[in-house]
Design a protein around this ligand. Structure first.
Ligand code: ADP
Ligand code: MG
Length: 232
């Protein structure tokens, strides 16, 4: 994690809305959310199913654009960049961890973790070395050659986390990362995310509907029906 200049990114959402259009009908998923996240902070986004948590995370991670409002990284407006500029920034700055792991099937743990390093044009030998170190750092050093189907859910999620942090992102986004895990694996994954956040001063945004998980974050942000429950 040597090539990141400085600590995590600060993220600001300014009155973002997201209206999905489904067969001619407009569905407002986010109805005006403003939120400021400090560099290196840990934030849990909490709300019931359908409240707009994933949509919010996708806007934060530049996977999608708001219908109105703006997104800032370190006070620079980023949602209005061109698709290719956003893709470059995303590759460089954002790591994603999903509820269902989303590892590439029939591909080894090592190859999964190498992928973001390949996108960043890191030479093969260094790529392999760094991927090995990353797997070791999430306690998966002895599973390098296993494919996803040969790993348990908790192990897949550890590989997914190693992949998400491979390119030293300033912003780590996790969408219900413990949602598909038993309580013991869930606790391990949560510890891992929080220890990475504090070790690298990465900004961590965690979506969950579980208050037990959320209370480990420094700040809790509640959404309900696409709106903040208690504006900050
Ligand atoms: P959460 O993650 O809190 O469960 P989501 O952000 O996934 O909530 O969804 C918020 C609302 O937006 C839901 O009503 C959902 O059905 C709708 N929605 C989410 N993604 C899409 C999409 N790609 N197209 C249309 N509607 C969507
Ligand atoms: Mg969701």
């Amino acid at each position: 994690m040597s090539d990141r200049d400085g600590p995590g990114l600060s993220v600001r959402l300014d009155a973002v809305t997201k209206i999905y259009s489904v067969s001619g009908e407009e569905l407002p998923a986010l109805r005006g959310i403003s939120l400021s996240i400090l560099a290196g902070e840990s934030v849990a986004i909490v709300g019931s199913s359908g409240s707009g948590k994933s949509t919010l995370l996708h806007l934060m991670g530049l996977l999608d654009r708001p219908s109105s409002g703006a997104v800032f990284y370190d006070n620079r407006r980023v949602d209005a960049l061109s698709p290719s500029e956003r893709a470059i920034l995303r590759n460089r700055s954002v790591g994603f961890v999903f509820q269902n792991f989303q590892l590439i099937p029939r591909t080894t743990a090592l190859e999964n973790v190498e992928l973001p390093l390949l996108y960043r044009r890191i030479p093969a030998r260094e790529r392999r070395e760094r991927a090995r170190d990353l797997l070791a750092s999430v306690g998966m050093g002895d599973r390098e050659r296993h494919t996803s189907s040969q790993l348990s859910g908790g192990q897949q999620q550890r590989v997914a986390i190693a992949r998400a942090i491979a390119a030293s992102p300033g912003l780590l986004l996790a969408d219900e990362p413990t949602g598909n895990l038993d309580s013991r694996s869930a606790a391990t994954i949560l510890d891992l995310l929080l220890s990475l956040q504090s070790r690298y001063s990465t900004t961590l945004v965690l979506v969950t509907h579980d208050m037990e998980v959320a209370r480990h974050a420094r700040t809790i942000f509640r959404v309900r029906d696409g709106l903040p429950e208690d504006p900050r």
